[in-house]
Ligand binder design. Sequence first.
Ligand SMILES: NC(=O)c1ccc[n+]([C@@H]2O[C@H](COP(=O)([O-])OP(=O)(O)OC[C@H]3O[C@@H](n4cnc5c(N)ncnc54)[C@H](OP(=O)(O)O)[C@@H]3O)[C@@H](O)[C@H]2O)c1
Length: 328
Amino acid sequence: MQTRKLGQRGPEVSALGFGCMGLNFHRGNAMRTEDAVELLRAAFDRGVTFFDTAEAYGPFTNEEIVGAALAPIRDEVVIATKFGFKDGRPDLGMDSRPERIRRVVDEALQRLRTDRIDILYQHRVDPQVPMTDVAGTVKELIAEGKVVHFGLSEADADSIREAHSVQPVSALQSEYSLWWRRPEETVLSTVEELGIGFVAYSPLGRGFLSGTMDEKTSFDGDNDHRKSNPRLSAENRAANQPVIDAIQLVAKEKNATAAQIAIGWLLARKPWIVPIPGTTKLHRLDENLGASSVTFDEEDLDRIDEVFSGLTIHGDRYSGASASRVVR
Ligand SMILES: NC(=O)c1ccc[n+]([C@@H]2O[C@H](COP(=O)([O-])OP(=O)(O)OC[C@H]3O[C@@H](n4cnc5c(N)ncnc54)[C@H](OP(=O)(O)O)[C@@H]3O)[C@@H](O)[C@H]2O)c1
C-alpha cells in the first residue's frame, strides 16, 4: 500500500484509511466486537495504517473496538479520534468547552488503550466556544504529550485560519466525493495554502457511489442513519441513478469497480488527500484498497468534471440539526 503525508505537518499514513464508524454505528447492525477486531487487523495486514474513530460513534464503543484491535500494533498505526458533542452524543448538541475536551481525551486514551492520540479532531465547530479556546486547549494537550496532531472536521475556511493561528492544524476531515464537491469551492484552497492535509469522509457517498443501491434498497435496524438522509431517500436514490451510470462508464473503461472509481478519483485529486471508506466486509475492504491502483490522467479528470457538471444531484447530504452543523 502506498503512503501519503497529510499536509506539511501531518503524519505519514496509508493512502487509504479505514473509517471505523460503521463497525457499530449509523450504518446498520453493529458487528460483533471480535469480528470487527479481526477486520481491522486484516486491514492492517493489507497495509492500512490509518484508523478513524470518534467519541460519538456509539458513543464510546467504537473507540473501544479500535483500542482492542490496534493495541498489539499501536506503534505501527495512526489513530484519529474526535471530540465535540455533549456527553459524546450529537443529538444533545455541541460541547467543545476546554474542560470537556480534556475529559474526552483522558477517557479516549483509556478506551483506545494508548498514551497518545495521533490526530485529535474537533468533530464540528462549536459556535458557543471561541475557536481560540479550542485550539489553545489542544495546544496544551500536545505539549502534555497526550495528543500529537490537531484536526478539524467540517470547519469553514475562517475557522480553520483562526484555529491554525493558535495551534497549527495538521488535517481537515470533511465530506468529499464525486457527489459532494463543495470543498472545492470552500476549503480546499485554504488547506492547500496552509499545508493542511485533507481526509475525505464518506468517499463512497455512504455506499451509494458503489452502485450497489437503488430505490428498492432497505436500510435495516434503528442504527442505520441513512434512513433519514435526504439524499438517500428511495425517491432520490432513483433520481440519482445517472450518477452511477456515469461512474460505471469510467469503471468499465478502467476495468475497475464503481467503488474503486469513486475512491481512486479522490486519490487523484491531490497527493495530500486521504479517503477513509468504511466497510464491515473483508471482500469490500479488498475491493476498496484496489482503488489505489487505478490511475487517472488530466484528461480523465477533465472528462469526469465535464460529465458530472451536467448532472443534478438530488437531496441534501444531511437532515435536521445535523445539516446546521456542516459547511453548506
Ligand atoms: N467527520 C465526520 O463528521 C464524519 C462523518 C461521517 C463519516 N465519517 C468517517 O468516514 C468514514 C466513512 O464514512 P461513511 O461510512 O459515511 O461512508 P462511506 O465510506 O462512503 O460508505 C460506507 C458504506 O458503504 C458500504 N460500502 C463500503 N465499501 C463498499 C463497496 N466496495 N461496495 C458496496 N458498498 C460498500 C458500507 O457497507 P458495508 O459495511 O455493508 O460494506 C458502508 O455502509 C466513517 O467510518 C467515519 O470514520 C466522519
